[in-house]
Ligand binder design. Structure first.
Ligand code: AMP
Length: 486
């Protein structure tokens, strides 16, 4: 912002780049954008903002990380800048699939709307006391940002009169679909005035989302940025084939990786909430600074854990897919998939938590033989083979057995007679550089690391904890494939 408080975002005519000024946003929004440090609109912003300002319905195909939140919140601020909400009669509604995403959008709205102090917002999410939310609604709010369950609850209690809602945003529609929220969305949309503007954003456009769009959007403008099935080029992602599906072997392999990789902080994804809790306890027991995040935790714990991860007081966040979408934490060095996601698209979302805002990131997926089919689906989706890495000291699995489900690929190195891939020097090996180098996050004594109460029954038999101390315990054990219960 310049001294006079006037807009400073200018178009560079020579580069023919669209500026925020040209998108038709008011000076107070431009000032806020300038304060945040955005210089040029992202492609989704460039495409969507003009249509939103023309009050057109918009069907946006864009992943998180593309700047899509600003593509609808900025023009909403512009359109709501004049006029005020009456008690219980909000003027616009943004639906988000998870509480974390709703909170993140609310945070963005506060940033972008900071020079519009008259605009008010209510965040309506489950797991939190309803009374302050109701009081807020009574005062009259311009924008509601909500998760479906809490919103319907408040509708049913008569706390919201939807007659004034003129702008309705369905964000992360494909995630809503995965989470079974489509009937809720239909219920909510059915209560809103027919004369409204609807914006629907989704990372992918499966037929169910098209159907939803056909039902609720009127002659929408479609805007699409970057194909939904691509992983960011700033992410170096690879797989480690493990010899068996035994959980404690997986945990041991993960610990080796955490010690050998240059990990500053990481998301570690599990497929099941139960496993999130087990793995977090196991890591804590082994001295790692880890927190857990999944949908069964109460909201204050979820918020506290996420804040601790953002501030750096927790360096590893073991989580379910509740954290896979949209969470925007700028400096995450690594993502580990402790389990291969069941849904191939979730792979892209999970690894997309790193390598954000132009930074590079690393994602490593542990793959047991029974997960090979899931890898096939991911490689089919992203249309390329994911590079394989190994952990020094870990045995390479019997490739013929573990990768039976993988399609043959011209780029795959030929296999040796024993069924293993020959060593490919271009692959990451996750080996320690020298001797006993320990990299962050350094295992630190955890206050709760009282071994008796934790997961010893599920955990590896006591063996060397630090890779390199001696041969890892599981190398000395017969290979058995333990069936995982769901
Ligand atoms: P989103 O896809 O909305 O989650 O945004 C992803 C990240 O991009 C967030 O950290 C935003 O702050 C950032 N961002 C959004 N718009 C811009 C822009 N025009 N220039 C730079 N960064 C942006």
């Amino acid at each position: 912002m310049n001294g006079s408080g006037k807009k400073t975002v200018k178009k560079s005519k020579t580069e023919n780049v669209t500026t925020f000024t040209e998108l038709g946003l008011n000076d107070n929004i431009l000032k806020a954008i300038d304060d945040v440090g955005y210089t040029t609109p992202t492609p989704i912003q460039e495409q969507a903002i003009p249509y939103v300002l023309q009050m057109r319905d918009v069907l946006g195909c864009a992943q998180t990380g593309t700047g899509k939140t600003a593509s609808f919140t900025l023009p909403m601020i512009e359109m709501m800048a004049s006029g005020r909400a009456r008690a219980r009669m909000p003027r616009s509604l943004i639906l988000e699939p998870t509480r974390e995403l709703a909170t993140q959008v609310a945070d963005n709205f506060k940033l972008y709307g900071k020079y519009h102090p008259g605009l008010s917002m209510a965040l309506l999410i489950g797991g939190e006391n309803m009374e302050p939310q109701i009081k807020n609604l009574e005062r009259g709010v311009d924008l509601l940002i909500a998760t479906p369950g809490r919103l319907i609850d408040l509708f049913e209690r008569g706390r919201i009169m939807p007659n004034d809602i003129k702008i309705f945003v369905i964000d992360e529609a494909d995630r809503m679909l995965d989470m079974g929220f489509i009937p809720d969305i239909e219920k909510i949309a059915g209560r809103l005035p027919a004369m409204r503007q609807t914006l629907l954003f989704s990372a992918t456009m499966p037929p169910e989302i098209r159907k939803l769009a056909n039902k609720f959007l009127s002659n929408p403008k479609e805007v699409t940025v970057s194909p939904p099935s691509s992983a960011s080029v700033t992410i170096n992602h690879s797989l480690i084939d493990l010899p068996s599906g035994n959980d404690w072997q997986k945990r041991e392999a993960l610990r080796h990786l955490l010690r050998q990789e240059d990990v500053l902080n990481a998301f570690i994804f599990c497929n099941r909430k139960r496993d999130v809790a087990l793995l977090q306890k196991s890591l804590a027991k082994h001295g790692f600074n880890a927190g857990a995040l999944h949908g069964d935790l109460d909201q204050s714990t979820r918020t506290e854990t996420l804040d601790s991860f953002k501030s750096g007081s927790i360096s590893l966040l073991v989580c379910s897919d509740v954290a896979a979408r949209g969470l925007d934490i700028a400096d995450v060095s690594h993502v580990f998939n402790f389990d291969v996601p069941f849904n191939a698209e979730d792979y892209i979302h999970r690894i997309g938590r790193t390598g954000r805002a132009g930074k590079t990131g690393t994602a490593v997926t542990l793959v047991t033989p029974d997960e090979a089919k899931l890898i096939t689906a991911i490689e089919t989706l992203i249309k390329k083979e994911i590079q394989r890495g190994t952990i020094d000291g870990l045995p390479e699995p019997d490739m013929a057995q573990s990768r039976r489900a993988r399609p043959s690929s011209a780029s795959s190195p030929a296999r040796t007679p024993r069924g293993r891939r020959p060593r490919d020097e271009s692959k990451p090996r996750y080996q320690k550089s020298t001797g006993e180098v320990y990299v962050s996050p350094r295992p630190v004594p955890h206050p709760d690391s009282t071994p008796a109460s934790v997961v010893t029954s599920h955990d590896a038999p006591e063996g060397p904890h630090a890779f390199g101390d001696s041969l890892p315990a599981f190398l000395r054990r017969p290979r058995t494939v333990a069936k995982r219960s769901s």
